[in-house]
Design a protein around this ligand. Structure first.
Ligand SMILES: NC(=O)c1ccc[n+]([C@@H]2O[C@H](COP(=O)([O-])OP(=O)(O)OC[C@H]3O[C@@H](n4cnc5c(N)ncnc54)[C@H](OP(=O)(O)O)[C@@H]3O)[C@@H](O)[C@H]2O)c1
Length: 284
């Protein structure tokens, strides 16, 4: 039996592979896949099997996925193209006799207005319809999503957003990876749908306060309306699509869609999640 990981060239997938190795999984029992096999060389040198998999050109059959394997499908990053891409991987998994498919989804994917949810909900549906055993990891926000905001605050002394009084129950990406490794290697996760989040939800006022403390300079918060936020982002060089997407996410935050603290991530990793303050201290 192998554990097969897609998106191993990406940040989460790579962390999952590292976590599996750290847990003592035999490198020869891990298959790390990505669009660019060259970017997996270092893992290959450590004994991990590396294979090319492009979600847009999934072969009919592959010799590295088969009966009894557990497959982690890390959701792709090409927004708008993901349902068809994920469908191709799910079909391959079903044809290959995969024992269980683990999918990284989004919070409350099938019952939320979260702007990124529709592709995840559609993917969850097609996994359910495939008849495969599955586990859904509905990952909340990574704290690292605010690393760029930290860099801007360092330069300008300002956190600019349109998230209002919304809160974000984020956790470090590595902790979602640890949860994935636990689910890939452990028993009793068949059919489970985990709503994963950090243990505590923070506000953007608190984010600016953490930045102030870590940077040793005052960081103030500019609360924009969604329209003013979009204009500000475009005036800083973002294209309309990206600016609209970021403003929509802040609206989702303002509406409380990323504030839910389930405790399920801490339960899966067997320890409390890392607080915002501690993660931000590591960025200084
Ligand atoms: N929870 C959150 O806060 C959050 C934030 C951002 C994204 N996400 C979602 O979580 C996923 C993992 O996050 P991440 O931080 O690891 O993102 P990431 O570093 O951008 O990694 C995305 C991975 O998906 C792979 N991928 C994209 N399109 C592909 C395709 N057509 N065929 C094969 N592989 C493809 C990428 O391959 P390449 O290296 O070849 O590009 C990369 O390995 C993202 O893809 C996205 O769906 C979640």
């Amino acid at each position: 039996m192998s554990i097969v990981v897609t998106g191993a060239t990406g940040q989460l997938g790579r962390l999952v592979v590292e976590e599996l190795l750290e847990c003592g999984v035999d490198p020869a029992g891990i298959v790390a896949t990505g669009r660019s096999i060259e970017r997996l060389t270092e893992l290959a040198e450590r004994g991990v099997r590396v294979e090319r998999l492009d979600f847009s050109a999934v072969p009919e059959a592959v010799d590295w996925l088969g009966d009894g394997d557990v497959l982690l499908l890390v959701s792709g990053s090409e927004l708008g193209r993901r349902v068809a891409q994920h469908a191709a991987v799910v079909d391959l998994a079903a044809r290959s006799g995969v024992h269980r498919l683990v999918y990284t989804s989004a919070p409350a994917a099938d019952d939320t207005a979260l702007v990124v949810a529709p592709e995840h909900a559609a993917t969850e549906r097609l996994i359910r319809d495939s008849g495969l055993r599955f586990t859904f990891l509905r990952n909340g926000w990574y704290t690292e999503n605010y690393l760029t905001v930290f860099g801007q605050a360092r330069e300008t002394g300002v956190v600019a957003d349109s998230a209002g009084d919304g809160r974000v129950a984020s956790a470090p990406r590595a902790e979602y990876a640890a949860a994935a490794a636990a689910v890939l290697t452990g028993d009793g996760h068949e059919g489970a749908v985990y709503e994963l989040s950090g243990d505590a939800a923070w506000s953007f006022d608190e984010l600016a306060q953490e930045f102030t403390e870590v940077l040793g300079r005052e960081v103030t918060r500019s609360r924009f309306t969604p329209e003013a936020h979009r204009e500000a982002l475009v005036s800083h060089g973002l294209d309309e699509g990206t600016a609209g997407f970021l403003v929509a996410l802040d609206r989702n935050i303002s509406d409380g869609l990323l504030a839910v603290t389930s405790g399920e991530l801490a339960k899966l990793i067997g320890r409390p999640t890392t607080a915002l303050a501690e993660t931000v201290r590591g960025w200084a």
